[in-house]
Design a protein around this ligand. Sequence first.
Ligand code: RFL
Ligand code: PHB
Length: 388
Amino acid sequence: MRTQMGIIGAGPAGLLLSRLLALQGIDSVVLENRSREYVEARIRAGILEQNTVDVLTGAGMGDRLHREGLEHRGVYLQYPGVRHQLDFPALCGRRVWVYGQTEVVKDLVAAQLAGGPPLLFDVSDVAVEDVDTDSPRVRFTDADGAARVLECDVVAGTDGFHGPSRAVVAEGTGQQLWERTYPYAWLGILADAAPATDELIYAWHPDGFALHSMRSPSVSRLYLQVDPSERIEDWSDDRIWEGLATRFALDGWELSTGTVTEKSILPMRSFVSAPMRRGRLFLAGDAAHIVPPTGAKGLNLAVADVVLLSRAVVRLLQDKETDLADAYSDTALRRVWRATHFSWWMTSMLHTTGDPFDAQLQLSQLRRVCSSEAAARELAENYTGLPL
Ligand code: RFL
Ligand code: PHB
């Protein structure tokens, strides 16, 4: 097999990259080691920046998003006795959308399978070779067990945090890694319950952080800060609802409850690797960086990476110019570090540590964001996404 761009991983980064390149006349093949059902059922992020919505719309992926997505003009920040709304359009002229990552992936997979570039599920043994030459290749075993070779001009490692591409970049470059593991985790549930709020609530509470999000007018997505050593088996639905009710408590307001359809515990970490390129292999999305979910940035960063990468690849393959490819890693990493700082800052402000001094600093910061337009604007600009 031969293609211009070999793409490893059919998460949002790989699928969108394939789509953006196809629109520019560049062919690609996407290789995914999981099944279509698995990829479409994975519950992850829920908030799209305005930039992400614009990119998806420009790529012809906006129909269902505009029909079913929920446009939000802000979020609530809560601490005991106070629930304060941040009005994003007033603060920075931008908004965000609630539309699950699973829905973005379903839309992209459907477009790809309806006449888009090849997308192969259930492949295994993916290995990238010769990335320091102009003709890299990807070896893999297809779903029928046959050994295959994909000859490429360029390869994208969009294979997430556990994929093989980052290690290939590390071998040939003096790769640098930065990492922070946080002493908290999120217990997340999906529930058949109409959200009791019009916009997301980020709540600080002495028992720990809680987040009220949603997926639709009838489905709520809720999170509780827990210790990373907690086991999901020890959290009955009643215990989760009680924890949520305590942390979101506010006079005159009541949480809606319903059947819990999914629950899991997610670790929280920050991770950045540089460079995001070795020769003709380019990393994008979670393959190169992870942020804790408090800033809602993971999926949006993956989209920002592939917008840059698609421009660099078009210029490299069509104009035979290397400038954008050479600038890709540094340009992407500047945005990655901004999102890494914002996500760390939101995480640090909202998660209790058990230290009373930390708690006073957090409450002081929250009061500041809720009373100073300058402080609120800083949060709003970062949350809604800085211009691409
Ligand atoms: P993805 O989505 O992980 O996609 C990578 C794809 O590569 C495939 N793959 C391979 N394919 C072929 N061969 C191999 N050897 C392969 N190894 C892996 C994988 O099966 C997968 O299909 O990365 P991408 O595209 O960069 O997208 C990034 C986003 O998925 C991610 O940043 C966010 O979902 C992060 N994240 C969250 N972000 C938020 O903003 N809010 C959230 O609530 C939120 N929840 C989450 C999350 C990430 C999670 N992970 C990764 C553990 C919850 C979870 C559980
Ligand atoms: C979600 O809806 O899953 C979600 C929303 C906002 C976040 C993290 C996750 O900051």
